[in-house]
Design a protein around this ligand. Structure first.
Ligand code: SF4
Ligand code: SF4
Length: 187
């Protein structure tokens, strides 16, 4: 069982041990294949404010180890994000979710931009953003777990009745198998 404090400790350790790691994006597009494109509540808020059309693409699914549910942007059959187009261009760059803005978050991943250039990978600002992401990830989990809160999310951010119906059906069918590893944190 993970708690937010466990995650904060892990991220702090990673940041302090990798102070000298540099990074320069090579625009290879690989993270847009690998990334689990989670959409958190601040992303929903930004999209509603700046580009509500994009909200129509949001779906719901279990997370990678089936310990919770997440909202996400779907992928193409080849695992690429639906917003990645020719020459590895993100067509929603200005509106992309926070998780996309954080990559790479690990030193031992396969991002070819690591150890390149002179920009520091792990800055204080990025640490704050990463913690913000995890807090919001867990907050969203609470909203997806609780029926009334889930309905609040639907009412606030989704207008299309068919999409709401689909999200509701998916949530209800997946809920019984999601384990929700932060049950102890949020009643
Ligand atoms: S994998 Fe790394 S180098 Fe490639 S696009 Fe993503 S961040 Fe840039
Ligand atoms: S939203 Fe943009 S940056 Fe994020 S995975 Fe999709 S194409 Fe890549």
């Amino acid at each position: 069982m993970h708690t937010l404090a466990d995650i904060e400790k892990k991220i702090q350790k990673k940041y302090s041990e990798s102070q000298n790691v540099t990074y320069q994006c090579q625009r290879c597009g690989m993270c847009c294949y690998k990334l689990y494109n989670v959409v958190i509540i601040p992303d929903l808020e930004r999209l509603k404010r700046e580009n509500p059309e994009l909200l129509k693409h949001v779906r719901i699914r279990p997370n990678h180890n089936n310990t919770s549910l997440v909202l996400y942007f779907p992928k193409n059959p080849d695992s690429s994000c639906i917003f990645l187009k020719d020459k590895n261009v993100c067509t929603i760059h200005k509106f992309r979710p926070l998780v996309c803005r954080l990559f790479p978050t690990e030193v031992n991943n396969t991002c070819p931009g690591l150890h390149k250039g002179s920009e520091k990978l792990f800055t204080e600002e990025k640490f704050k953003k990463e913690m913000h992401f995890w807090r919001e990830y867990f907050r969203l989990e609470v909203y997806l777990r609780n029926k009334n809160k889930f309905e609040q999310i639907l009412a606030l951010y989704f207008e299309d009745e068919e999409q709401k119906k689909n999200l509701r059906t998916l949530r209800n069918s997946m809920l019984p198998t999601a384990l929700f590893n932060i049950r102890s944190l949020f009643p």
